[in-house]
Design a protein around this ligand. Structure first.
Ligand code: MG
Length: 204
């Protein structure tokens, strides 16, 4: 019997709306207006925001960007993240049909991992999936899946023999202009693209 297709799925930027939630927090704390569209490169959120600070603001955080992290992502932040529209229904569908491995990189190893795990249980109480957490984006490429769905170009570039499906975000726009990877505007378009990938594989 042939095995099921193995699908790797990232969380933040694909199914969880991390960017909009963190933008709301920084607007509240620092009155800085930064929209998802303004984030042009995949970088850790605290560095993105720290770069926008004035020298006076930076002086308040002598530890640099990492000092901002606990303010932007307080306890339960990840557990409370909103899913993108249609993402949960799609993910449930994928779990039924394929071997799904959620592959995510926590921003820290104290609260974030359990919050992410609980988030998945909250939204996918009856679905079967594996959960793998990695220490870097690049190391995601070592996990053996047939197709990897991710928004981060560091992950996409690390894949070796795995077909990427890129969830379009402002931070991968430049990359997608140059690479002919499979891409979707929204996670709910993923099943149709998987069919397209399979069709192209069978053609060869
Ligand atoms: Mg991501």
């Amino acid at each position: 019997m042939s095995r099921k297709l193995r699908i790797g799925v990232d969380m933040d930027g694909c199914v969880c709306n991390f960017a909009d939630a963190s933008s709301k927090v920084i607007k509240y704390i620092w009155n800085l207006d930064l929209k998802r569209e303004d984030i042009k490169v995949p970088r850790t959120v605290d560095i993105v925001y720290y770069d926008l600070f004035t020298d006076e603001q930076r002086a308040l955080y002598p530890g640099g960007p990492r000092d901002l992290y606990s303010l932007i992502c307080p306890r339960e932040f990840f557990y409370k993240l909103d899913p993108f529209e249609g993402a949960i229904e799609t993910l449930k569908m994928l779990c039924e049909k394929y071997d799904v491995t959620i592959i995510t990189k926590p921003l820290e190893w104290v609260n974030c991992p359990s919050e992410k795990a609980r988030w998945l249980k909250k939204y996918l109480p009856d679905s079967k999936y594996e959960l793998i957490m990695t220490g870097s984006m690049e190391v995601k490429g070592l996990i053996e899946v047939d197709i990897m769905i991710d928004d981060d170009t560091r992950v996409i570039k690390s894949l070796d023999g795995t077909v990427p499906i890129v969830v379009r975000q402002p931070w991968n726009e430049e990359y997608l202009k140059l690479e002919a990877d499979y891409a979707v505007d929204n996670f709910s378009e993923v099943p149709a693209i998987i069919d397209e990938v399979l069709e192209s594989i069978w053609l060869y």
